[in-house]
Structures are given as C-alpha cells and as structure tokens.
Ligand binder design. Structure first.
Ligand code: 5AD
Ligand code: SF4
Length: 435
C-alpha cells in the first residue's frame, strides 16, 4: 500500500508530515512521490491566509477524476484547515474520506481502519490534545532535522488563526529534546532546527527554571551538532540572554527571524503584539552590537484594518532604518474567529496592493544591497540539494541562513564546504568551492 503526502505551509506542518509518515509506515504503508500510484492521499493543510485555503480547494477539486478512476483510493485532509473547518470540508467536497486535526495525528491509522469498515466519510477533529512523541517521525533528510520545542501559541495576535488551530502553548521537556537530538546525531544528522510559534517563551509552562536561552545552551553543547537553528522568535520575549547565548556558541547560526509585522505603534497595539517600534529597534541595536554579522529577517503584514498611509510609511521608514536581510511580506487576510476579522476595514484592496508593491520594491532593493556585502568573503556552507538555478549547481546555506548556489558534485549533499561568494541576487548568492 502506498501513501502520497503533500504538505502546505510552515515547517511545523513539514514536521507533522514526517509524523504522519511514521504512523502510516508502522501500518505497512510506503511513501510514493507519484500521486497516481497511491492508495492514500494525505493533504497536510495550511490556513494562515485565505489564499492558502483557496489553493487547497483547487487541489481537492483536481483530485475528483483520480478518485473516480481509482477504486479504494482514500483522500484524507489534515493540518490547520482541517482543524478549522472540520465537517464543512466533507460537506463541500464529498470525495474526502477522512478529516483529521492537528492534535490527533497518531489516531490516523485507526481512522483509516474505521473508514474501510464503515464506508462513510469520517471527521475526527478534537479541540485539544497532545500526541507529540519526539521519537516518532520519519526524517526526510539524511543530514538535517527539525524538532518542535513548543507546540501551539498563547499570544493571540489579533490577526492570527494559529492559537485557534494549534491550541495553547505546550513546551516539550528539555531532557526529551536533548535525548532525541543525540539520537539524530548518532544517525548522521549535523543540523537541527528547533521549532515553535514563539520559541522565546519556551519553558514558561514547565516545572523548571529553564528558558529558551538555557535550552539553546544545553542543545548546542551536544557533541557532533554542527549547526543549530531556531524559529520563530517573538520580539516581546527576545531577551539579551538569548543574544548572549547565540553570540557565545559557535554552532548556533548567526540568523534571527524576528517578525516585526508593522512599524506603526498604533497598528502594533491593535495587532496585540505587545511591543512598540522603539522596543523593536532597541532589540535590533543590541543584536547588531553583540553579533555584528547576524542576519536578521522578518515578516510584515500590510493592509491591516485601520492602517493609514502614515502608518504604512512608518513601516517603510523602519525597514529602511533596520535594513533586514530579507522580509516575508503579506497582505492582511481576515481569518474567521480572530479579533481583527471583526474590525472595520475601509481600505480598498487596490490601495493595499499599492502598499504591498511599495514595500516589496523597497525591501528587494535592501536585500540586494545586503547580499552584495557578502561578495569576496568566504563562508562555511551546508550543502542541501540540487540547485534550481542551473544543472550541475548545488544549493547550500551559510550559517546566517542565506542561500548560495555553486558548482559541485552531488556527493557533497549533507557535507560542509567552504565557499567564496562571487556574485549576488536579491534572494541568493553565487559562489565557488574553495575547500
Ligand atoms: N494575514 C496576513 N498575514 C498573516 N500572518 C499571520 N496571520 C496573517 C493574516 N491573517 C503572517 C504573519 C506571520 C506569518 C507567519 O504570517 O506575518 O508572522
Ligand atoms: Fe500567530 Fe502571533 Fe502566535 Fe505568531 S505569535 S503564531 S503571529 S498568534
């Protein structure tokens, strides 16, 4: 029996797909990358913005023909859209066999058995629960792995659906994290990413004094761990202690993803972000003082309800001041059930699109300029995969997370090489191997 899994959205979903594969392999299923050859199709969905939902609906619609000509094919929808829409998905798309949520991945084999017996579609989406077991996932890469350190989110930023679909924040005990990472390293992994919606609040719910800086410290001491990354950080919890730990530990990547969302205090307040532009700038200044070569990336939302031209210009102003290496930019998308979705929003979409283009143009210029600064310098690079830019080229990442493309043989996958940067574009660098 074969399973085809398609993952949408963030790294947490990617990790969850590795968990789904674990539970299905245990039942005898093998993964296939060819959808037509599968007996089960799993779509692990994202609902962060409405366009993620729309993409999914198109996708499910396209599966209708395959379902008709493949007797016994099961279509299962999991992830955040499933958690949010539940039975409505089956109502809208009767070809769906199983809808399961974000809290009950381990129940999937059971649901498949039930479906095969009962024949009618099943929706099993518990409101809460915790079925994470760090030993139970099938790694898709031989040399790197992601490990969740917190699940869920307590922040309730007013635009965000994540706390509703992922539940309240739960930290995983440090001993479990360390044990799991040691096992992965013994298995050949050299790079670990610690995952959480807000890794900086790690430990607040645990019966111990450990915080995220303490966890980073402990994990970075594990022998054989060449590169340690983490995401995502929340500016309100990003402490000087964390900056110190990154600075002092050689194997922690000099990259911080610190979503700013807006440069306007008025908008930050309505977004419920719990920091001001001044607080944010203070954190950036401290990072730059302590770790001068640290790359800083961010997320920005434009078109939030009530965002005026002046508010937007404050965002432009702050990105010019900070000069992020890269920014992921989004037009605000109202999500059902969130506080922001109830706010009056009188800005026409065409104005929001204009804001968005201006933001993109401004940031692209900055990214191009910051990337140019790497030219002629040499960096250690983890070789990740084939480059999409040119045949015979490989793609890797600097410790500061910047992508680099360079010529080299496939046998370097998962190895660390020294690369000299010889060119740059907006979002990646060109290099040549020197060692
Ligand atoms: N609309 C637009 N962007 C959003 N994000 C989260 N929720 C929304 C929304 N409703 C963005 C934020 C967050 C990133 C992962 O997605 O910038 O940091
Ligand atoms: Fe959403 Fe805010 Fe939590 Fe991030 S911190 S997942 S933006 S609620």
């Amino acid at each position: 029996m074969k399973v085809f899994i398609e993952t949408f959205g963030c790294q947490v979903n990617e990790y969850d797909s590795e968990r789904i594969l674990y539970y299905l392999e245990k039942e005898g299923y093998k993964e296939t990358k060819i959808i037509e050859k599968s007996d089960i199709i799993i779509l692990n969905t994202c609902t962060i913005r409405e366009n993620a939902n729309n993409k999914l609906y198109g996708h499910i619609g396209n599966l209708k023909k395959l379902k008709e000509k493949t007797p016994g094919l099961l279509i299962c929808i999991g992830g955040c859209t499933a958690q949010s829409l539940k039975e409505k998905l089956i109502y809208d798309f009767p070809i769906i066999d199983i809808v399961f949520g974000t809290h009950n991945i381990s129940e999937l084999p059971e649901l498949i058995k039930r479906k095969n017996l009962e024949k009618k579609s099943i929706c099993s989406v518990p409101k809460e629960g915790f079925d994470y077991d760090l030993d139970k996932f099938i790694r898709t890469s031989s040399f790197r792995a992601s490990i969740p350190v917190t699940i869920g989110c307590n922040n309730f930023c007013s635009y965000c659906i994540v706390p509703y679909v992922r539940g309240k924040e739960i930290s995983i005990e440090p001993a479990k994290i360390v044990r799991s990472i040691k096992k992965l390293i013994a298995d050949g992994v050299i790079e670990i990413t610690l995952l959480g919606q807000n890794v900086n609040s790690y430990g607040q719910d645990l019966n111990s004094s450990i915080d995220f800086a303490g966890l980073l410290d402990e994990v970075s001491d594990i022998t054989g761990l060449r590169r340690l990354k983490f995401m995502t950080s929340h500016p309100k919890d990003f402490s000087p202690k964390i900056i110190n730990t990154i600075k002092n530990k050689k194997n922690i990547g000099n990259h911080i993803h610190l979503p700013i969302q807006s440069g306007s205090n008025k908008i930050l307040k309505v977004m419920n972000r719990k920091y001001s532009r001044e607080d944010y700038l203070k954190t950036i200044n401290l990072i730059r003082k302590e770790i001068p070569d640290c790359s800083i990336t961010t997320d920005i939302i434009v078109g939030f309800p009530g965002e005026s031209k002046e508010d937007f210009q404050e965002t432009i102003d702050i990105i010019k001041k900070i000069r992020f290496n890269r920014a992921f930019t989004f037009i605000y998308s109202p999500r059902n059930g969130t506080k922001a979705s109830m706010l009056k929003d009188s800005t026409p979409q065409y104005i929001k699109k204009k804001f968005f283009s201006e933001l993109l143009e401004t940031q692209n210029k900055i990214s191009a300029e910051t990337n140019k600064e790497f030219i002629d310098k040499k960096f250690e690079v983890v070789v990740e995969c084939k480059s999409t830019k040119k045949a015979s080229f490989l793609r890797g990442r600097l410790a500061n997370n910047t992508l680099v493309n360079f010529n080299g043989p496939d046998l370097l996958y998962g190895k660390i090489v020294t690369v000299k940067i010889i060119g740059s574009m907006n979002f990646f660098l060109l290099g040549e191997i020197v060692k």
